[in-house]
Design a binder for this molecule. Structure first.
Ligand code: CA
Length: 520
């Protein structure tokens, strides 16, 4: 890391030089005022590291070409198109010490760690001087600025923000409404009512094939934790760390968790929950719905809502639609909430001209830049209607049936770097406005614990404890729900074991990190 420290010194000198010229013209030594979004008088190429969803950023995609036209900044990805493993490529990059101008990365704790070690430069002064759009965005949304501040108080990355306040929810409850109608049942408003509905799904042959083959409740997930979250959400317990009115708590150590385990073991034993719930994997939803077997789930709005159209001709009357979270003991909330951001990008200590780079970052927060990143190219991917961007049929009705999100992503739009999502774009792409709005209006989405920032020491210790806590709670949760072991018998020993692993210490670290976050 010596090398970084040295680079940092050089950067500090460069920065002060840039600052001076910036006061004159703001364009890196040039006194000319540049037009529009131009950042450099002549086209320039800057290097970036970026891999998202197994794909290295292709800077030849229309969105980045258009941005290059508008700003005169062209990006060149140092990750090759053959590199698909983001973590592996990132570790290789950092250990090589040969950093590009920009690093974009999904795992922001590592990105900020790189900053604290001197590999990324602090951005707060640069934003103040050269990034009016980001500055305004943060002033309007203080929470978004809090998210950008590292444990040492500096800002090393501009996060890739979700349009959190307009799209707080990620997933919700879905039920076969045609089965409810057929069995003459009401939409369940409470968990007690839900129980009765699931029993009826199990016993009264709503799919009408004369067999008792219905699976009242199913879930989809490739990791145990996802399934745990779906199951415990019904009984308002938490499978992860959560914000308990200002105190971070570990869900599986709480009394509500024990209670949820008792109920879930009962439901499982009675055949209300898919027998293979922990092992069926990511195809479970497709299997359960297209075979006319599953009755109730919790899953993503955008993709779950599309089954009604898909299965309309195959299963007459098929209606799998959203309902609000059934109330349990007066609590009507769901814990499924979108994080405020995922990933981000920063400027490295190797960058020769940080001012140009921060201006490039800022471009994406201008109204034009933000639209470009969310909606693609005007005239092709979207049109302005009454002053608002609306996707064209090219995106919404792909002749080969590709889903709209995949189609817009092929233009380079919505590639995770360090931009700000527009809820309006996602709503148009998913076609699920109503379900999302219903949840937001009913105010049933619990606030999430922010992504907490740790010092290097805290991070190391917390990760060590948390990994063991997860492993142990996952193991026990499955045993309890599947009926291999009895939660009421096990509970005291279970808590004892959590404490031996270091529960108290991890709670302290979380508390410290939380207080630090709130103080920013
Ligand atoms: Ca049946």
């Amino acid at each position: 890391m010596k090398r970084f420290a040295y680079m940092l010194l050089i950067i500090a000198v460069l920065l002060s030089a840039c600052g001076k010229s910036g006061e004159k013209g703001g364009n890196n030594g040039s006194d000319k005022k540049l037009e529009g979004h131009l950042i450099s008088e002549k086209p320039k190429e800057l290097t970036i590291f970026a891999i998202h969803l197994g794909k290295a950023l292709n800077t030849e995609m229309p969105v980045y070409k258009k941005a290059a036209e508008m700003t005169n900044i062209k990006l060149k990805n140092v990750a090759s198109q053959n590199q698909t493993d983001q973590k592996e490529a990132y570790n290789l990059l950092v250990s090589s010490g040969e950093l590009p101008d920009i690093v974009a990365y999904e795992f922001t704790e590592d990105l900020e760690g790189l900053g604290i070690d001197g590999g990324l430069i602090p951005l707060e002064d640069l934003v103040e001087k050269y990034a009016p759009n980001i500055k305004k965005f943060w002033e309007e949304n203080p929470r978004y600025k809090q998210d950008a501040v590292a444990a040492d108080g500096h800002i090393y990355m501009i996060p890739n923000y979700n349009d959190y306040f307009n799209l707080k929810t990620t997933q919700g409850y879905y039920i076969r409404k045609d089965w409810l109608k057929k069995l003459n049942l009401q939409e369940p408003k409470t968990v007690d009512e839900l129980y009765n509905v699931l029993v009826a799904f199990r016993d009264k042959d709503p799919n009408g094939n004369g067999k008792k083959d219905e699976i009242p409740m199913f879930l989809r997930g490739n990791i145990t934790r996802k399934i745990m979250m779906g199951l415990t959400d019904i009984f308002k317990a938490r499978a992860v760390w959560y914000d308990d009115k200002g105190t971070p708590q570990f869900g599986p150590a709480q009394q509500e968790y024990k209670e949820a385990m008792i109920q879930l073991a009962k439901w499982y034993k009675e055949g209300l929950i898919d027998k293979e719930v922990f092992t069926r994997g990511m195809n479970s939803r497709d299997y359960m719905l297209s075979n006319n077997l599953g009755g109730f789930t919790n899953d993503w709005f955008s993709s779950t809502g599309s089954y009604n159209e898909k299965l309309a001709s195959k299963i007459p009357g098929f209606d799998f639609s959203s309902i609000l979270p059934p109330e349990y003991k007066g609590n009507k909330m769901t814990a499924f909430v979108r994080p405020t951001y995922i990933g981000g990008w920063g400027i490295t200590s190797a960058a020769k001209n940080p001012v140009e780079l921060i201006k490039y970052f800022d471009f994406w927060y201008s109204p034009e830049g933000r639209r470009l990143w969310n909606f693609g190219i005007e005239g092709e991917d979207y049109k302005m209607v009454d002053g608002k961007p609306v996707f064209t049929d090219k995106i919404l009705k792909d002749p080969e049936g590709k889903n709209p999100l995949a189609t817009i992503r092929a233009t380079g739009a919505q590639y995770r770097l360090g931009m700000f999502q527009d809820a309006n774009a996602e709503k148009q792409l998913s076609g699920q406005n109503d379900a999302v709005d219903m949840y937001i209006k009913a105010n049933v989405i619990a606030d999430d614990l922010p992504v907490l920032k740790y010092t290097r020491e805290e991070a190391k210790e917390f990760l060590k404890i948390d990994t063991q806590l997860r492993r142990y709670t996952e193991e026990m949760t499955q045993k309890w729900i599947l009926g291999v072991s009895d939660v009421e018998k096990d509970w005291d020993n279970y808590i004892k074991r959590l404490n031996e692993i270091g529960l108290k210490k991890s709670e302290e670290i979380q508390k410290t990190a939380y207080a630090r976050f709130m103080k920013k």
